[in-house]
Each structure stands twice: as C-alpha cells, then as structure tokens.
Ligand binder design. Structure first.
Ligand code: PMV
Length: 339
C-alpha cells in the first residue's frame, strides 16, 4: 500500500565545522577536497515535511509558508530524484510537496543549508520507505551521502555531537561518521553579526578559492593536521586542544580567500572586534575559541559550565549583536506522521 497522502515529518539540527569543508573534487557528486569535522547544535534546526501529492505536475518547495521559485526548487528535485532512483520508483508516482521551516537565520552563515538538506533527506527516507517497503532499507551513513548531494555540510547533520565527513574513495563512502556524542562540558555561543543574505555563496566562494588561491594546496595539507589534533582533543575531552586547532584551521581557511584571485573575505570589522574580545576573554582565563564560516558571524566554542558567563560578557560588550546559545545536539528525528 502506498501511503501517498501521509506527511513524513523530520527535524534536523545545524552543525558548525571545526575543521572546514572548502572545495569539491567532484562538483556533481559533492565530493570534498578534504575531510571535515563539526559539532551538531541543539537549538538551531529545520523542520521539514514531505508527501507525495497527486495534484502536482512537478515537485514544490514551500519555505516558511512561501512557495519557492524554480531555482530553489530544482535543488530539492535533484535530491528527490536520487531517492526515486534508489527506491526504483515507478514513473507514474506522484511528485512531492516539501514544506520547510528554518529555526535558524537563513543563509546568514549560521548554516541553515546543513539542517535544511539533512531534514529533507531524513523526511524523504521515511516517505520512500513507507511507500516502497520492499526496497532494501537505507542506514544513516548511506542517508548522509544523499544529504551531501543537497549541500556538503548537510552530510554531517545526519548525526549528533562531533561528526566527521570522510574524504571517501567515491560517492558511496564519502559519508558522515559519528565521532563522539559531545555529552560533556562543551557548548557554543553564536554571535549573529549580520542576518543578511550572504553576498558570495559558499558554492561560488569555494570554487573560486580552489581554482585561484595560491594557498589552496597548503590549506589541504594543513587541514589534515588540524583534523588529527581535533580528533585527539575529542578523545581526551580537552577543550583547549580542540579549540586551538579549530581556531587555527579557521584562520587558514579565511587565508585561502585572502590569497584568491581576485581576493575576497567574508569577515567584517565587526567580526574582528568579536575575535579580539575572544582573545581578551581567553587572556582572562576562559576556555573560549572562535570560528567563522562563509559569513561574518563568529561562533565561539566554550565550556558548557561557562556558557552563561561567556554569553553575558559578550552581551555586555556588544549589546547590538544577537547571541544564540547552543549545546551539542542530536541527530535528526522523525516528528510524527499526521494525515
Ligand atoms: O555545504 P555548504 O554550502 O553549506 O558549505 C559550507 C562550507 C562552510 O560552512 C564554510 C564550512 C563547513 O564545513 O561547513
């Protein structure tokens, strides 16, 4: 029986990369040029529901109640097509309606694409497994390779805690691997310096950097080293080891863009003011470390036991900046299947 009218509903959390993904060795398959490692967060997430809809002639995407244009919709259709192939879906099967709500400032460098495509993949697996139960079940690692085809960073949101996205030999094994549930004294405070839509997309930014930056090959080598240090720090539950390697990786990551041709940066003077303040707090004895992605926002790694104190210090110094507190989050969950 095909449950075509039932919604499949999923929630997935964003993740922040400690060791960055920055470049594709295969653009179509979204294979990375280097492995990356992230922390999944609890308080920033996307809720997505999907269903087969016999009334539709093509897939539809609704974001926060608004129907999206073809340019956005084609990105989800590409992912849905992979599920159609994986589940050997008959031609006449209805197209899908996808409704998504981000509990994250969209495209502000707070990584809504990671939670967005992870929630989509999770909901799609539920929908296709209910409709085509005879097909071999898909485990979470395989699912992460489907999320990857929507957005690289989404690969890692298929698991909670610290997660590695492996380089892989090809499409099937460039997947997410859970490293540690991070249920210990670790947290983040995110300084949302700008919630404006970013001017240079991560897709374009990484391609331009990989093609033109004279620091790019150095970046790849250095990143492997930083990854090894972060892995070690996680094993030892040593936040200072993790934080120092994360910060160093972030600086090298942004340096690749300074050395691109033409050069560019996502950082603004406000980012630097927050960075300087992180140094100041660290000099006063706090275990605080920063990282930044394809946007001006600064994400601060700290001890969960000191998170409130770090938050208050930041709020006092930067009353104009919105702060988000996050603890390590879990992998995606199925919310409910209502009619
Ligand atoms: O997959 P995207 O387009 O969300 O790329 C994300 C790239 C960074 O956020 C800058 C780094 C990372 O590993 O998440």
């Amino acid at each position: 029986k095909q449950e075509v009218n039932t919604w499949s509903v999923a929630r997935a959390h964003t993740n922040i990369a400690l060791i960055k993904y920055w470049g594709k060795r295969d653009e179509k398959l979204f294979l990375p040029t280097s492995p990356s490692l992230s922390l999944t967060l609890d308080s920033l997430y996307t809720d997505t529901r999907v269903r087969f809809d016999p009334k539709l002639s093509s897939d539809e995407l609704w974001l926060a109640g608004e129907k999206q244009d073809d340019k956005s919709t084609v990105k989800i259709t590409r992912v849905i097509d992979l599920f159609r192939a994986r589940y050997s879906v008959p031609e006449q099967t209805p197209r899908m309606r996808v409704e998504s709500v981000n509990h994250v400032p969209t495209a502000a460098g707070l990584a809504s694409s990671s939670s967005g495509f992870a929630a989509l993949a999770w909901a799609l697996r539920d929908a296709f497994e209910s409709a085509f139960p005879q097909t071999v079940a898909m485990d979470d690692r395989e699912l992460s390779t489907f999320a990857r085809r929507g957005s690289g960073s989404a690969t890692r949101s298929i698991f909670g805690g610290f997660v590695e996205w492996s380089y892989g030999t090809g499409s099937n094994d460039s997947c997410a691997i859970p490293v540690d549930d991070a249920r210990w004294d670790v947290a983040m405070v995110l300084a949302a310096i700008s919630t404006q839509h970013k001017k240079i997309s991560s897709t374009y930014g990484m391609k331009h950097t990989a093609e033109t930056s004279s620091f790019y090959s150095l970046w790849r080598e250095a990143s492997e080293q930083d990854l090894a240090t972060v892995r070690e720090g996680i094993r030892e539950r040593d936040i200072d080891k993790i934080g120092a390697a994360m910060e160093a990786n972030c600086m090298k990551f942004h340096a690749t863009m300074f050395a691109a041709n033409p050069p560019f940066t996502y950082l603004t003077s406000r980012s630097w003011r927050v960075i300087e303040f992180v140094h100041e707090m660290r000099d006063s004895g706090l275990s605080v470390y920063f990282t930044m992605d394809a946007g001006p926002n600064v994400k601060i790694l700290c001890r969960a036991s000191e998170q409130q104190f770090v938050h208050d210090k930041l709020a006092e110094r930067f009353p104009e900046i919105t702060l988000f507190d996050a603890l390590p989050g879990s992998g995606p969950e199925t919310l409910s299947k209502d009619k």
